[in-house]
Structure formats: C-alpha cells, structure tokens
Design a protein around this ligand. Structure first.
Ligand code: 5CA
Length: 437
C-alpha cells in the first residue's frame, strides 16, 4: 500500500475522550471512528488487524474440530421466549419490531438460534457430536459502554456451541476448547490465563474466563504467578487425545475473577499470589441441557429413548482483542504490533520523496516486498521526515526500512525493529532477505 493513497486519518494530538491507551492509540492511528456510544466504524487499518485476529481465531477453531457457519444478527423473539431468556435478558437486549409487528431482536448471543437449527436437523445420537461456530457482530446495550471497542455495544464475537450425547463427551469438548483458546491467544503473543468465573446470563455451573493482565482491565483477578510461565505453544496438541492432564495443569493452580475469589484459598499461596487487573478476552461455558431441554431439542438415543444433548458455548471477544493487544503492546511512540497480527509486514520510509535515487530504491523495495508476500506499506508522501517517522511508529509496523539520500549514496538503508528500536545500516538486498527469510 502506498501511504499517499491510503485512507489513514492519523491524529497528532491525544483525543480527550479516550481514557485508556488502546482507545487513544486506535483513534490516533486512524483505526476506528466512533459512530455513537459504543458503536464504531472500522477504518482500513483497524479492519486489517481485526481480520488478522479473526483469521487466527478461525484457524484454531477449525484445528480443534469446530465447523464454521454464519447465523444472522437479527433474531426472532419466539426462540428467546421458548428458552425463557426474552424477559430475563433485560435492557441489554435491543428489541426491534418489524413492519408486520413481529418482535425481533439484535442478537447479544446465539444459544437459542443454534439450538433451533440443531433441533430441526439433528434427530439421532449418531449425528452427535457437533461443534458449530460463527464470527458475527453482536449487540448488547451495555449500561456503560467505554474504553472504545473494549466495552462496545456493537462488537465482534466468535461464538461456538457444542452438542454432545453424554456428560463425559461434553467435558472432553470443553477441554478441547480450553486448549484451543490457550493456543489462540498464545499465537497472538498474549498470555491469557483461564480463571474460574461466574456464568451470568448464559447459565450453567462451570465456566472459565480467559484473562490477559493489564492495569486498565475491568476485572479484578487473582492467580498463582507460575501460570504466567507456562509455554503453551511449546508442545503440539492432539485433539483426539485425552486433554484432561493439560487442563488440570492450568486449573490445579489458583486463578479466579473477583466473583469467584476465595480469600482463604488464595492466602495459602503466600508470595506466589498475583493480585492484578485483567481484560476478559474469552469465556467458555458448560451448561448441560439448559437450552436443549427448554427448547425441546432432543435426539433419539442408542436405546431408542429421548436424550437431550449436553451443551456448552465458547466466546472470544474478537474486536476486544484488538484493544487488548494494544494494551499489551505499545510504547510512548505508539502501537508495537506482534508480527502475527501486524497490519503490514514492513514499512518503507522514503525520506526524500521526489529525489530520483531515493524514489528508485524505495519503489524497487516496495515492488519486491509486495511480490514476496510481505504486504509492505510505503510512505511515499511529500511530508517532512519527522512526520513519517512518527506515523510509522504510531501505527506499529514491526519492521521499518528507511531510505535516505546519504544512505542511498553509500548503498545502504536503515533497517529498524519497532519493538526494540534497534537500527542497522544494511544493503537494500539484505533488508529484503531478512524480511522474506
Ligand atoms: N454465548 C457465550 C459464549 S459464546 C457468551 O456470550 N459469552 S460472553 O458473554 O462471555 O461473551 C464472550 C466474549 O465476548 C467475552 O469474553 C468478551 O471477550 C467479549 N465481549 C462481551 N461483551 C463485550 C462488549 N460489550 N464489548 C466487547 N467485547 C465483549
């Protein structure tokens, strides 16, 4: 992408409405634009990161044996009346009436809708298990939308729903999702800790929230410090094997959100206890037959009897993760994207646009990096060098190649790592080789 053509409305000043760093930087980097309270447009740079996060989530769901579908955002009230949640959900649900006076709603979650689909198509235990997910916008009329897309009213969620024949099978599914979640966050460079959590309006008595520690987090959390040391990606996972030992390794150590916090139990940890704030980036639930029974979604069991599938649901805050990543990865100059989710693989800064030698070297690097699939962004604008440096740092591109007249004369460019700030003078060819190795 040539920056001269890119829609990247960066801001020099800190916007006054932003209280936390991720909100501030998303506005300053031209990633989002507020439409109304808790509702945002995703501008090109923001959308690119959102799609990268989504792709990692999708790959790990698929690897764990889930299948993607896409359910609508607008749901009929009837299915929620069947489950009993139409009234229970309260003011957070955005209720809509269509031209035929039918009660509809903008879905805050999809337990009812998926149960209705499964009820219509799955009749026999032989069709189980199933684990279906989608990545779709949700609406919750939050009392206090805040912190930009962190607590939005409209937000992107990955939600999966599982149907198993027995309690044991459902627990094995829960374990698979538990492990898939650990891998998903770790691939983005995040340490997300599963913590015992309250089930709220989703229901059931078993759930874990996945929390990344950050001072700006909304939840108060408590956990054993060794949980921060576990290397998730160090070992490969066989989703067909018994994953209980992996889950046990995590759940045997104390970790709880404030609703589930047990001060007496936590005190036993002594110096090993971490008390911190955290951002909830995912939440998984096992709730048994709560929805399958209420909505009469039974299958014929092995003995010809009627069986209600054992269910769970599994959410990831895809849009919230973009904010969570910035909370975890930034410095005083802006965002520092981990490579896995960076909007562009490299940034080329032409210090003297219009200078023939600089233009030639920059354009050549740009073309070659593009051809190599590195997805570079090329700052070819006619603005001062300082502004180019500031913007490239602000938008957090992991590698920068600075092309200036003096370097070009000596056959070198400056190769800079955004995270460490390290700079080296190397040839344009070596810079290419480093980025495409
Ligand atoms: N149906 C279940 C699991 S699929 C469910 O809705 N769970 S949830 O309510 O815990 O939401 C799942 C995830 O969505 C949360 O862990 C959080 O990361 C994200 N989320 C929830 N509310 C918001 C919000 N207002 N803004 C941004 N993300 C949110």
């Amino acid at each position: 992408m040539r920056m001269s053509r890119y829609f990247l409305p960066t801001l020099k000043e800190d916007p006054s409405e932003a209280q936390i760093v991720s909100h501030r930087l998303m506005l300053r980097a031209g990633m989002i634009r507020q439409s109304s309270a808790g509702i945002y447009s995703w501008l090109p740079l923001g959308l690119k990161v959102l799609r990268k996060v989504e792709a990692i989530v999708r790959e790990e769901q698929d690897a764990a044996g889930c299948q993607e579908l896409l359910m609508p955002t607008i749901q009929p009230a009837e299915i929620w009346q069947e489950s009993g949640r139409y009234d229970d959900y309260g003011a957070e649900m955005l209720r809509i009436r269509d031209r035929h006076d039918r009660d509809m709603l903008f879905g805050p979650t999809n337990e009812e809708m998926i149960t209705e689909i499964v009820r219509a198509h799955i009749r026999s235990y032989k069709d189980l298990p199933k684990n279906l997910y989608h990545i779709q916008w949700k609406f919750r009329d939050e009392v206090r939308p805040r912190f930009g897309i962190m607590r939005g009213r409209e937000f992107l969620m990955k939600d999966a729903y599982s149907f198993d024949l027995t309690y044991e099978d459902a627990r094995a599914t829960y374990n698979r999702m538990f492990v898939a979640y650990l891998r998903t966050y770790a691939r983005m460079g995040l340490k997300a800790i599963p913590m015992a959590a309250d089930t709220g309006p989703i229901g059931g008595d078993l759930s874990h929230e996945f929390i990344i520690l950050a001072d700006t987090g909304e939840s108060e959390v408590f956990c054993h410090k060794d949980l921060l040391e576990i290397d998730v990606l160090g070992e490969s996972v066989d989703y067909d094997s018994d994953l209980q030992p992996v889950v046990d390794r995590w759940t045997n150590m104390y970790a709880a959100t404030d609703e589930k916090h047990d001060p007496a139990e936590a005190a036993k940890l002594g110096d090993n206890l971490i008390k911190a704030r955290g951002i909830e980036v995912g939440h998984i639930f096992y709730f048994g037959t709560k929805y399958s029974k209420a909505m009469n979604a039974s299958v014929v069991g092995p003995d010809g009897d009627q069986v209600f599938p054992e269910m769970g649901s599994y959410g990831i805050g895809v849009s919230r993760l973009v904010g969570g990543l910035i909370e975890a990865f930034h410095d005083e100059n802006g965002i520092v994207w981990p490579e896995a989710v960076a909007p562009f693989g490299a940034g080329i800064i032409n210090l003297k646009s219009g200078d023939e030698a600089c233009d030639t070297v920059s354009a050549d690097l740009y073309a070659k990096l593009q051809a190599a699939g590195c997805d570079p962004i090329y700052d070819d604008r006619d603005v001062r060098a300082g502004a180019k440096f500031a913007d490239m740092d602000l938008i957090g591109i992991p590698w920068q190649i600075v092309v200036g007249p003096r370097g070009v004369k000596n056959g070198v460019v400056e190769f800079k790592n955004r995270a460490s700030g390290e700079r080296e003078e190397i040839s344009a060819e070596s810079a290419m080789a480093r980025l495409t190795a």
